[in-house]
Design a protein around this ligand. Sequence first.
Ligand code: F6P
Length: 372
Amino acid sequence: PTRVGILTAGGDSPGLNAAIRGFGKTAIGHYGMELIGFRDGVTGLVENRYEQLDGKALSGILTVGGTILGTSRDKVHRYQVDGEARDMVPVVVENYEREGLDALIMLGGGGTAKNAMRLVNAGLNVIHLPKTIDNDIAMTDTTFGFATATEIATDAIDRVHSTAHSHHRIILTEIMGHRAGWLTLAAGIAGGADIILIPEIAYTVESVAATIKARTARGSTFSVVAVAEGARDVNDAADYEAATLLVKSAKSPEAVRAAKAHLAHVEDQQREHTFRLARELEAATGLESRVTILGYVQRGGTPCAADRLLATRLGAAAADLVARKEFGFMVAARGEGTVPVPLSEVAGKVKLVPTDHAWIAAARQVGTGLGD
Ligand code: F6P
């Protein structure tokens, strides 16, 4: 029978187990394939650590958070061994061949798409399924995990409303999303945040403070601010952009190393930006300010129905591709269906929120401050 390997890589995301199950039940039950699950993402692939997945292993996992296979952020071409980065693509190819695999299914986000592309280039039959709470993968309508994380962040914004209101405070809720604002924007709108700050729109403290003061003038003595972890004020955004450009334009390996070190320094300096903004707003408005970092609760726990549905249908569609021997694709969600998109059109791309996006327009129309 056709023998397939599956793994989950990158940050965990609600719906991973639903996707493993969706793929596995279709592959094993419908097509009669054999399935093994590599442990801990790329790590298991390099170390050839896996387990046989059968109907029993796939049963009862639809509603379970995290990933039954474990995950890691390792890269196939820069795999860390004793503090040194090694190219492990040849090792992965060897393991794939030794195990007699016909295909490899990689569930992950942007980093995983790049790893998948590297393995496609090395001649392996790979299919990628897009997962991330950040919703920042190109060429797919959405990614599983995003809907659940949106529910969790919305619930958090709902909850801070009553305490902000009772104490007449500003509460800044920091929401994940890496460099993209999708999660903050979605939860900010759904939770009725008074101000939403996303990386795609650099803010000024003056603008945020003006929105809060206008609320005070109208009799609202509290404000809830949804802040993306990647949001920046105009100065920080300019510093970050300059540092990123330096990395892109560096020619020699030394220049690349120096530019990357500088970028890491800039990122480090900007890490506590939400706390800084809270202090600045307190000074500008006279209102007591507090910060809530939502953190990993956003990725944990049971996937919502929409993510289970999405993950199941992407998983099943991936098994169809294996059956048809069509490889080198990401299975994208498109409307109610799915389409295979060549990995070359996805790898290395990040989907940010376009500033003319309908959600941004809607936020403005209902009077939400966007900090600009
Ligand atoms: O990609 C998912 C995500 O949760 C991002 O929103 C966040 O920036 C990052 O992962 C956190 O990474 P880690 O799990 O390595 O702390």
